[in-house]
Each structure stands twice: as structure tokens, then as C-alpha cells.
Design a protein around this ligand. Structure first.
Ligand SMILES: NC(=O)c1ccc[n+]([C@@H]2O[C@H](COP(=O)([O-])OP(=O)(O)OC[C@H]3O[C@@H](n4cnc5c(N)ncnc54)[C@H](OP(=O)(O)O)[C@@H]3O)[C@@H](O)[C@H]2O)c1
Length: 246
């Protein structure tokens, strides 16, 4: 992918992986707009990185995603959409709480599909453009404590393959970025220092290096490859057992 001269919209860009990508693309001279629900996090990122811009959106709210997409398309020549916003909630289906499943599907799957649908005509008008969908290594081997989360990531993986195929003859590339376990606050503050998780800076640097390549369909850092290729390598049961105990 062309790493410069883009206008890049990153959902969930006020923290973790989204913020890391925002700062890395901003440092390369791209125009970057970050979005999320929490204005404080977004402002903090903008204050630390003058030039990054922000807008608020709640990806679970269809009307708000529609308003947001219209405003962004009106204000910015966005040619790269990074669908990164996500939540990860533990669920126990022996005592089910459907609200967690619904929020997870709306944030991680329906939100990206809605935003993609609304922004595609705009992306196509910008010439060379890209949609980057942030999935997870858990799309390929689920962690059974988080059934709906893993299901949304598997679905976004599948959606990305079909979308890539449908857009093959257009100016829009579809790239999947599947992180391994990374030191962010996705699962709470203890994840930030969990030694089993990849340091965020290392993850961002390795991902940016891969993105630089031409014809990249999937951004796979080395740490995620055992999960990504678990079925092919006949390691599914072994990794599933490890994730169960984690
Ligand atoms: N860290 C990992 O180990 C890991 C591994 C695999 C995949 N991922 C994926 O990487 C992506 C980023 O996660 P992260 O690890 O960087 O965690 P994070 O720091 O918690 O980032 C998630 C971001 O999504 C935003 N968000 C959540 N719900 C939203 C909503 N309804 N509307 C708009 N924005 C919303 C949050 O901002 P607000 O709360 O302010 O809205 C936050 O900035 C996620 O898709 C996650 O599934 C992470």
C-alpha cells in the first residue's frame, strides 16, 4: 500500500492499536482522522500529535454511523478507512446475557459493514484507496471464554475476503489486519503489562513494514501466524487447548 499522501479515517483511534496506527501514519505525513465514542481519549491523542483530527461516533448506533459517515465524506477526501473499533467481552452461555452479544456484533461486525457501505462510493471517488479491517488471530482459533467476540472476528475475516473479490476491478483494495495478543486495554488494564502479549510498538512497527509491501491482502505479524495457519498446520486442537487455559 502507498504509505504517504493518504487521508486516513481510523475508528477506535483514541487508544491501543488504533492510536498506534494513527501516530505511525501521521508521522509519515498522512492526514489522519481518528474516531470513537470517548472525546477525552481522542483529544488526548490529538493533543499529543498536533495535526491529527478527530470526530465522535458510536458504532453501535445505526443513525449515528450514518450521520458520521455523511459528515466525514463532506469534510475529508478519505481514501483509507481503517475499521478498527472493537470490544471484547467475556460471556458465559450457562447464564447468558444477550446484551453483550448484541453490543459485540454491533460494534465489531455490523458497525464496520455499515460504515464500509456508506463510505464506499466516497472511497471509490478518491482513486487509489483501501479498506483495512482489523480482525484477530482469534478469528482462526476461538477463545471459548469470548464466543461472540471470536465469531465477529471470523465473520469480518470472511466478509473481507468477499469484499476484496467484489472490489477487485475497482480502485479500492481490501486488507485484513489480524493482530495477535497485543498490550492494549482491550481486556482491561492488566493486558497493558501482560508479558504474554506483544508490546504495542513492536506490533505497530512490524505491521507498518508489512503494509508497505505491494499486493498485501493480510497483515500478519509473526506472532499471529500460529493462529492464522492453525488448521493448515494441524495445530488447531493444541492452540484451542492453550487458549482455553489462558
Ligand atoms: N489488543 C489485542 O490483543 C487485540 C488482538 C486482536 C485484535 N484486536 C482488535 O484490535 C482492535 C483495537 O483494539 P485495541 O486492542 O486497540 O483495544 P482498545 O484500546 O480498547 O481500542 C478499542 C477502541 O474501539 C473504540 N470503540 C469501542 N466501542 C466503540 C463504539 N461503539 N463506537 C466507536 N468506537 C468504539 C474505543 O473507543 P471508545 O471506547 O472511546 O469508543 C477504543 O478506542 C479491536 O478491533 C480489537 O478486536 C486487538
Amino acid at each position: 500500500m502507498n504509505m504517504r499522501d493518504n487521508t486516513i479515517l481510523i475508528t477506535g483511534g483514541g487508544s491501543g492499536i488504533g492510536r498506534g496506527l494513527a501516530e505511525a501514519f501521521h508521522a509519515l505525513g498522512n492526514r489522519v482522522i481518528i474516531a470513537g465514542r470517548g472525546e477525552a481519549k481522542l483529544k488526548d491523542t490529538v493533543d499529543s500529535n498536533p495535526g491529527i483530527e478527530f470526530a465522535t461516533v458510536d458504532m453501535t448506533d445505526a443513525a449515528d454511523v450514518e450521520r458520521f459517515a455523511a459528515e466525514i465524506c463532506e469534510r475529508y477526501p478519505v481514501n483509507v478507512l481503517i475499521n478498527n473499533a472493537g470490544i471484547m467481552r467475556e460471556e458465559n452461555f450457562k447464564q447468558p446475557k444477550l446484551s453483550d452479544a448484541v453490543a459485540t456484533i454491533e460494534t465489531n461486525l455490523l458497525g464496520p459493514i455499515r460504515l464500509t457501505t456508506m463510505m464506499l462510493p466516497h472511497l471509490q471517488r478518491q482513486g487509489e484507496s483501501a479498506i483495512i479491517n482489523v480482525t484477530s488471530g482469534l478469528a482462526f482459533v476461538p477463545k471459548p471464554t469470548h464466543p461472540t467476540y471470536c465469531a465477529t472476528k471470523a465473520a469480518l475475516h470472511s466478509f473481507s475476503i468477499s469484499l476484496r473479490e467484489q472490489l477487485r476491478e475497482t480502485s479500492v483494495r481490501v486488507i485484513e489486519l489480524a493482530p495477535p495478543y497485543v498490550q492494549t486495554e482491550l481486556n482491561g488494564p492488566e493486558q497493558l503489562t501482560d508479558p504474554r502479549a506483544m508490546p504495542l510498538d513492536d506490533f505497530i512497527n512490524e505491521s507498518m513494514n508489512i503494509l508497505k509491501g505491494s499486493d498485501v491482502d493480510e497483515v500478519l505479524v509473526n506472532n499471529v501466524k500460529p493462529l492464522r495457519f492453525a488448521e493448515r498446520d494441524e495445530k488447531f486442537e493444541e492452540i484451542f487447548t492453550y487458549l482455553k487455559q489462558m
